[in-house]
Design a protein around this ligand. Structure first.
Ligand code: SF4
Length: 228
């Protein structure tokens, strides 16, 4: 069988160029009080399992002891089925577990930590338009309910990172295109438009059927759970 194509990526450089905090304030302090473990939800392995690119894992393994491969039995009374999580993990990635937020080494945060709660939105005609959020975390992530706090510097670094990676890695581009398609199906079923942090710096709502864009004030974005 032919080996899948893996681009040569310099993760030390990529990490340096995608390092801006998501907001001016520490959003972990906003969500952690709503988690019974007291941890920010995206740093809690029982809510979000970090994924890493395989070459990223090679870089991390050689430079820090912060991470190990996820076993799937880290959470007592697993809130999700590990077999399902593995099945949903694309071939070019693997799942990791860190030592916990108290031991975080900012320089060695994985890409999935840096991008959370966003992923690159790819239109049906294959354009990378900007940032959209992981809808499974609507009820727990404070940032999703306060996207106006996401800094322009973070947004630019996110876009620059994915412009570089997606241009070189067709498998990654395909994964995000599929994920965006799933999001359109989900929001079409809900009869809602998709909030987008556009790469041009604006806030937009996208129709999940036609992908028509409307520029809006960020206050038009919905809020969820305890952040309403
Ligand atoms: S990104 Fe969301 S889940 Fe993660 S610390 Fe900030 S508010 Fe909490």
């Amino acid at each position: 069988m032919e080996e899948p194509f893996v681009p040569r990526l310099d993760f030390a450089r990529l990490y340096r160029r995608f390092d801006a905090p998501i907001a001016e304030l520490d959003c972990g302090q906003m969500c952690a009080p709503h988690n019974s473990s007291g941890k920010p939800f995206c740093c809690d392995i029982c809510y979000a399992v970090p994924a890493a690119y395989r070459p990223e894992w090679t870089y991390l393994r050689g430079n820090t002891d912060l991470w190990k491969e996820w076993r799937g039995d880290e959470c007592p009374g697993e809130p999700f089925d590990p077999a399902e999580v593995w099945a949903e993990t694309p071939e070019h990635m693997l799942l990791l577990a860190c030592k916990g937020p108290a031991h975080c080494q900012r320089d060695f945060r994985s890409v999935s930590c840096r991008q959370f709660p966003f992923f690159p939105y790819i239109t049906a005609d294959s354009r990378f338009l900007g940032l959209v959020y992981e809808w499974a975390f609507e009820e727990v992530c404070w940032v999703i309910s306060h996207q106006e706090t996401v800094t322009q510097r973070y947004r630019s670094e996110f876009v620059r990172f994915y412009d570089e990676v997606l241009a070189q890695w067709p498998d990654d581009f395909e994964c995000y295109a599929d994920h965006a398609e799933e999001m359109r199906e989900e929001f079409a079923a809900r009869k809602q438009r998709i909030p987008l942090l556009h790469r041009n710096g604006g806030f937009y709502l996208i129709s999940p059927q036609s992908e028509r864009l409307e520029r809006v004030a960020p206050e038009r974005f919905k809020r969820f759970g305890p952040y309403r």
